[in-house]
Design a protein around this ligand. Structure first.
Ligand SMILES: NC(=O)c1ccc[n+]([C@@H]2O[C@H](COP(=O)([O-])OP(=O)(O)OC[C@H]3O[C@@H](n4cnc5c(N)ncnc54)[C@H](OP(=O)(O)O)[C@@H]3O)[C@@H](O)[C@H]2O)c1
Length: 284
């Protein structure tokens, strides 16, 4: 049995789907099983990182677990509780979804948010693997409403480029690492094949749509207001803005070979992700 936390999220949902296709036994954890839709045969359980008993129950009989912590400064993020439950239940292998730049002191507090979770995993005595992806291609789905309505898309990071990665590649790497002992003790930094700025991403979208996509530069103050409206704490906002500045200054431009190392093939391009998700950007 493989337990997938964050199973309703971008990566976890695809990890569940891929494990089911392989024929693995899968348990999906969510705070609200009634609202979630999973493939037939998935064992759906209620669990909350703030409710240790629910995690103990979810880990029972599990061989490997995919850990998707929640990023909120000042909160334990779920990883330590998940690791404790995994150890108590005799789970053999854990794979933690972290983020690129974790532990990089030049990045500021944003780079510290996954550190405690990574440490809990490393200290766990379980066979562990840590995945540190760059920004997900699917983040640009946040542009979909604006693109459909013909409005400019907001640009937060100027011409700063990042190794934007197709989330399906992250899920495939997660499945490989959850189902093999070959990746124990490894930390993989996962990027796409090219470093792209937000204007580059908008250009790829415009090429696929065969019409222009205009850009609107957002000031730090505007980003702060957007995040406040989403209910984010000031501490979270400060960290997020620090990360934005880091990217804007070219700090997250590095590309790695880690997807190819694990999957034996190159990571998918953003243009391919756009082609496969174009419907989201086209008005009915
Ligand atoms: N987006 C990016 O560009 C990017 C880049 C690098 C790293 N990351 C990392 O990716 C992670 C997020 O992954 P994602 O985007 O796949 O997730 P997501 O789509 O943001 O979904 C969050 C998941 O967390 C679960 N969750 C939230 N609070 C919970 C709680 N208290 N107890 C149990 N489950 C809880 C939710 O489940 P329910 O609501 O069903 O309970 C949901 O499945 C973060 O750690 C982030 O740092 C993201």
């Amino acid at each position: 049995m493989i337990l997938v936390t964050g199973a309703t999220g971008t990566i976890g949902r695809d990890v569940v789907r891929r494990l089911v296709l392989r024929g693995d036994k899968v348990r999906a954890l969510t705070r609200d099983p009634g609202a979630a839709i999973f493939p037939a045969g998935v064992d759906v359980v209620r669990g909350d990182y703030d409710d240790p008993a629910s995690l103990d129950a979810a880990m029972a009989g599990v061989e490997a677990a995919f850990l998707v912590g929640v990023l909120e400064p000042g909160k334990p993020g779920g990883d330590a509780a998940l690791v404790a439950a995994a150890r108590a239940a005799g789970v053999r292998r854990v794979v933690k979804l972290s983020a690129i730049g974790t532990g990089d002191t030049t990045l500021g507090i944003f780079a510290t948010w996954h550190m405690a979770g990574e440490q809990a995993v490393r200290d766990s005595t379980l066979a562990w693997t840590i995945l540190r992806p760059s920004q997900f291609a699917s983040n640009t789905l946040a542009w979909a409403d604006a693109v459909r309505a013909g409005r400019p898309v907001p640009v937060r990071t100027g011409t700063g480029r990042q190794g934007t990665i197709d989330p399906r590649d992250i899920a495939e790497v997660a499945v490989r690492t959850l189902t093999s002992d070959d990746h124990a003790g490894r930390t993989y930094t996962l990027t796409g094949p090219a470093a792209l700025s937000e204007p580059d991403l908008a250009f790829e979208l415009a090429s696929a749509l065969q019409r222009p996509v205009a850009l609107q530069e957002l000031s730090s103050e505007s980003v702060r207001e957007v995040l406040r409206a989403q209910g984010r704490s000031e501490e979270f906002i400060d960290g997020a803005l620090g990360g934005t500045e880091f990217i804007r200054d070219g700090g997250n431009v590095a590309l790695t070979d880690d997807v190819r190392q694990v999957l034996g093939r190159e990571p998918g391009a953003y243009a391919r992700w756009v082609r496969d998700h174009l419907d989201a950007f086209i008005a009915d």
